[in-house]
Design a binder for this molecule. Structure first.
Ligand SMILES: Cc1ncc(COP(=O)(O)O)c(C=O)c1O
Length: 456
């Protein structure tokens, strides 16, 4: 398996050709999922004692299995938070894999970690956090949020008074599902302010004032969102920062989706206050055009993260010895062995420069405004609220929830588009509506028009 022979050389060429075709293609079909039994019937047993051979397995991938995926970078994939990795970043993902770098410690991964840190320095500079702030690339926003919550909780528990208390955090119902999920993992309670619109400093203050004595004692952090997943709403970061400072609470900003917009001059002011955060999540695999998976967690004081996450073991001592000193990404998040997943982003940033990133993000913002206008002018649809960042919520007049689902499946099955329904809280009820999220700068106005026209 580890020897070189002619089959390996041929397979390398095949794989490279596939990668070149994929990287240079200007159109990809929107694939569609099949049931596992259907896929099994098509490809048969693939993992056998003697193997089915690389050529055969690769053909199964090309002809059948690859087509059962929906590429996130299709210009008419506007569902969830799609992605649009640059070609340079995808190329360097191949280089990253081929280089077999262990990205936990500087001793083994200095070259790769140096590059990651170059990219990280740019991201940190966008936040405006003070000197000394720094971050690390994670597997995604979920892992970044967890790393931040655990750091906050451990810091809080340094005080003997709280050692045996179960922590409590406050966020709003607009926060991403991963906040609730990660609070569970960290075994902290979560209190949700019941508004999907912007969480204001005043609403936060009122919520804190209404806590009983023991709840207030257990409260250690607030999570604000810098671009909600559902609607692109940015919380009142300035107001929330003030309350957190007054109340001595950890201030985390989840900007996993919206963080890319920190690069865009047109909306940067909406994030004012983020520079006062204790920790921030930003996902380069969302709006910074990185391939999966690449999240990031940034700390105002990285030493606090190190105190929470640094692993100890006799087999690890060497990494902490003289001569191995340098930045050790493992110390600042939950994972030990890690891919240098910031490397593709670094190569793309180095290739194109940060101005091109600004322009690409601005295009996503512009597409949301264009879609907003088209919806306003269209006879069959209307806006649920004004576009925010690159999210647009709209309703098809007269449609019931099942109509949205049917329409989604119809467009998906025909390979035309992937636009999924969501719900928007209207008073006490949740209305099913449709949603665009623009990331890909190659999405055209014609794409948007065709999608709207398909809502007959
Ligand atoms: C605001 C926000 N936070 C966190 C996440 C979770 O990120 P990931 O899927 O990279 O774990 C998402 C994903 O869409 C998100 O939009």
């Amino acid at each position: 398996m580890h020897k070189i022979d002619i089959d390996l050389v041929e397979m390398t060429l095949d794989v490279m050709k596939y990668a070149i075709d994929r990287i240079s293609a200007t159109e990809h079909p929107i694939g569609k999922p099949k049931k596992a039994e259907e896929l099994k019937n098509i490809v048969g047993d693939t993992v056998t004692p003697k193997g089915i051979g690389g050529e055969y397995a690769f053909n199964l991938w090309r002809q059948h299995l690859s087509k059962a995926n929906v590429p996130v970078d299709h210009p008419r994939n506007l569902a969830f938070v799609p992605a649009s990795p640059t070609r340079a970043a995808i190329m360097f993902d191949l280089v990253t894999s081929a280089s077999s770098i262990h990205g936990a410690y500087w001793m083994e991964g200095a070259g790769g970690i140096f590059c990651e840190n170059e990219a990280m320095s740019w991201i940190v500079s966008l936040t405006g956090l003070p000197e000394g702030a720094f971050g690390v690339f994670t597997s995604g926003g979920t892992a970044a949020n967890l790393s931040a919550i655990v750091t906050a909780r451990e810091h809080w528990r340094e005080d003997e008074t709280y050692k045996r208390e179960k922590g409590l955090i406050i966020t709003s119902i607009g926060a991403h599902s991963s906040i609730k999920a990660m609070a569970k993992v960290a075994d902290v309670d979560i209190l949700l302010v019941d508004s999907e619109e912007e969480l204001s400093g005043d609403a936060l203050r009122k919520t804190i004032d209404n806590l009983n004595f023991h709840q207030r004692k257990r409260l250690f952090a607030v999570v604000a969102t810098g671009g909600t997943t559902n609607a692109g709403i940015i919380d009142d970061l300035q107001g929330i920062a003030q309350v957190c400072e007054d109340e001595k609470l950890w201030f985390h900003v989840d900007a996993a989706y919206g963080g890319g917009a920190l690069a865009a001059d047109s909306v940067r002011h909406l994030f004012n206050g983020i520079e006062r955060a204790d920790s921030i999540t930003i996902d380069p695999h969302k709006w910074m055009f990185s391939p999966y998976d690449c999240g990031a967690v940034i700390y105002k004081d990285p030493e606090l993260a190190k105190a929470a996450h640094s692993q100890q073991g006799s087999y690890l001592d060497i990494f902490k010895d003289e001569g191995a000193h340098g930045f050790n990404p493992t110390d600042y998040q939950i994972q030990l062995t890690r891919r240098v997943r910031g490397l593709p982003l670094w190569f793309s940033l180095a290739t194109h420069g940060t101005d091109r990133y600004k322009e690409a993000v601005e295009r996503g913002l512009e597409l949301a405004q264009i879609a907003g206008k088209m919806i306003t002018q269209h006879p069959d649809v209307e806006l649920v609220r004004d576009p925010s960042l690159s999210c647009v919520l709209f309703r098809r007049k007269g449609w019931q929830p099942e109509d949205y689902t049917e329409w989604t499946y119809k467009n998906h099955k025909s390979g035309f588009a992937l636009v999924t329904p969501t719900k928007w809280k209207n008073g006490d009820t949740f209305e099913t509506v449709s949603r665009f999220c623009f990331i890909n700068p190659d999405t055209t106005e014609h794409d948007i028009q065709m999608i709207l026209d398909s809502m007959k």
